[in-house]
Design a protein around this ligand. Structure first.
Ligand SMILES: Nc1ncnc2c1ncn2[C@@H]1O[C@H](COP(=O)(O)OP(=O)(O)OP(=O)(O)O)[C@@H](O)[C@H]1O
Ligand SMILES: [Mg+2]
Length: 331
């Protein structure tokens, strides 16, 4: 196993605010790590340390085999970074922005122009290439940002909340683009507050809360920590709830719970689909009418709630009035 990113005991405080409390992170080459956590959990701080933009107070880290403190230039030569806040220049066109980045990467004028055209095309920005980016939508800006971070053909890519503030369609588009990069073998560390995003893109997930790693594993491992599948049965008559629970208990992996008011029985199960068949048969034999039956798999939202005791926060696009720290939707 070759590690593209390895960090041990990273800690960082801003005054008396502890942003990172000694975290370990390992990302195998060619894989995607999702760094998941609510606002202020330390995601950006981690990315900035790994991308050599910020020094940790203690701990060590290497990226692409290079130490972030003693070999920052080497680290920079192998990474790309799409920051949480757009790095592109408002007053230039999309093409000019990319050419500028190319020149910063010491490409010749010709090569910078060629690479810009390639990337504009790849990210579906050709039509808008020669317009000032002030007129770009949020999704276009994010794509341009990502394009800019790919100028130097990085092996390791840091994406800090790549889809925050995007509408669902642009988010899907961004996911497709990221999936292509992953398929090409780029190692990716992406931060997100969106559990479905981590679920969709990441091989492994590290959950941060208040600067600590509170869980790590694959999405499935995390989900099974919260408990496995549950079957939810709604019966026609409230009077049948307790009886139904007794009858189907033999198919469960833990005691059933009931909610009389909504005529519902919840049964934790090991093999979800077999259990459904058995339950339907058993209730039918006993003349209990079923109004609805469904298999519920835990989502990463359930995981987050059970780990942190609080749900992830509401999408800021849906709730712009929350006044989050210095963040605005990019649209
Ligand atoms: N420059 C700074 N000065 C003071 N405190 C800071 C600074 N940068 C970050 N912090 C604090 O450090 C903690 C971690 O911040 P960080 O930006 O890493 O979190 P995050 O997980 O990226 O959050 P978000 O989801 O809002 O982007 C927070 O409590 C934050 O307020
Ligand atoms: Mg952040």
């Amino acid at each position: 196993m070759t590690l593209a990113i390895k960090a041990s005991g990273l800690a960082k405080a801003y005054g008396d605010v502890i942003a990172l409390n000694g975290i370990d992170i390992e990302v195998e080459q060619g894989t995607v790590l999702g760094l998941l956590g609510p606002n202020g959990s330390g995601k950006t701080t981690t990315v900035r340390i790994l991308a050599t933009l910020l020094q940790a107070d203690s701990g060590t880290a290497s990226v692409g085999g290079f130490d972030v403190v003693t070999q920052p230039d080497e680290v920079r030569s192998v990474i790309g970074l799409t920051g949480q806040y757009a790095a592109v220049d408002e007053y230039l066109t999309g093409r000019e922005n990319l050419e500028l980045f190319g020149r910063l990467f010491h490409l010749s004028k010709f090569d910078a122009a060629k690479r810009a055209t390639e990337l504009l095309d790849r990210f579906d920005l050709s039509d808008a290439a020669d317009r000032g980016i002030k007129g770009y939508s949020g999704g276009m800006r994010r794509r341009l940002d990502l394009a800019a971070s790919l100028i130097g053909r990085p092996n390791v890519l840091f994406l800090d909340e790549p889809t925050t503030g995007l509408d669902p369609r642009s988010r899907q588009g961004m996911w497709a683009v990221i999936e292509d990069l992953i398929a090409e073998g780029t190692t990716v560390l992406l931060t997100t507050q969106y559990l479905e995003e981590a679920d969709q893109l990441a091989n492994r997930i590290v959950v941060l809360d208040h600067g600590n790693v509170i869980a790590k594993g694959t999405s499935n491992e995390l989900k099974s920590q919260v408990g496995g599948d549950r079957i939810e049965i709604v019966v026609e008559s409230a009077g049948d709830v307790a009886k139904a629970a007794d009858l189907i208990q033999e198919f469960g992996s833990a005691p059933a719970t009931t909610e009389e008011v909504v005529k519902t029985v919840l049964l934790p199960v090991a093999g979800g689909s077999t259990a459904i068949v058995n339950i339907v048969r058993k209730l039918d034999e006993n003349k209990i009418a079923i109004a609805d039956i469904a298999l519920r798999r835990p989502t990463l939202d359930d995981v987050f709630l059970s780990l942190t005791g609080h749900a992830t926060e509401v999408d800021e696009v849906a709730a712009p009035a929350k006044g989050r720290r210095g963040r605005k939707a990019r649209s």
